[in-house]
Design a protein. Structure first.
Length: 241
């Protein structure tokens, strides 16, 4: 039987407790508030809030009010297109993550020529995408939240597509929460969590990119904090306030 490729990450100091705590918090929110308040409109609002936050992290100046009304600048529109198909991509992410990632990029990068949408930048990027996708098909005991955080960082730092890598990475993170049963109605807003923690988000991504176990450890711990912030940004929380 193949060894678990993520076992060493789960064993790092502070990681098991951090991810157990954030998963418990998400589960409590979804159970206690979601059962009473969940509707298609709530999911739609969550997706729109995520699209706006991801767009801002990508350089957009569009406000949440503009995006909630379907407007915003070109980057916001790119992010919105991804959000409209995100739920439908969950089965594909579980079955063929490489195809799902290509579809995310094709949606975000509609302004690119057909032969560049959904395609890696070069042969090296294609190999990196295959490695990332293979990781998602290997059995692991690592929490789904941790896997999602890791794939997010891998996609941003690898930048395998010719554009929109940040939007793709954040969408893939959210999609993994959906496809792996953490948040089946996509009510957590991890993108908003990253935006709320933007200085830490950007500094930890730089640390991850520089390599080494310390940078990866810091990113993984940050990821748990960001998911907690994403849960706080859920429309379910707003409805309870």
């Amino acid at each position: 039987m193949a060894s678990d490729p993520l076992a060493w990450l789960v064993s790092l100091e502070g990681v098991p407790s951090a991810y157990a705590a954030v998963r418990d918090g998400i589960d409590v929110m979804l159970r206690d508030r979601g059962l009473r308040r969940t509707s298609p409109e709530t999911t739609a609002e969550s997706l729109l809030r995520g699209a706006q936050a991801s767009a801002v992290l990508e350089g957009s100046s569009s406000t949440l009010a503009q995006v909630l009304e379907g407007g915003g600048d070109d980057i916001a529109q790119d992010s919105l297109r991804v959000s409209t198909e995100l739920l439908s991509l969950a089965p594909l992410m579980a079955r063929s993550p490489l195809q799902a990632l290509a579809r995310l990029h094709a949606l975000a990068a509609s302004s690119l020529p057909d032969d560049r949408r959904g395609r890696p930048r070069d042969d090296e990027s294609a190999a990196r995408l295959r490695d990332i996708s293979a990781l998602l098909t290997r059995p692991t005991d690592a929490p789904a939240l941790l896997v999602a955080s890791l794939i997010h960082a891998e996609l941003i730092t690898a930048a395998p597509f010719p554009s929109h890598n940040g939007i793709v990475a954040r969408a893939a993170e959210r999609l993994l929460l959906l496809s792996r049963g953490v948040d089946e109605k996509s009510l957590v807003v991890p993108e908003a969590g990253h935006l709320a923690l933007r200085p830490a988000y950007e500094s930890n991504l730089r640390g991850y990119a520089e390599g080494g176990a310390a940078g990866m450890h810091a990113w993984i711990l940050y990821g748990a904090e960001a998911f907690a912030a994403g849960a706080e940004a859920s429309p379910l929380r707003r409805a309870a306030d």
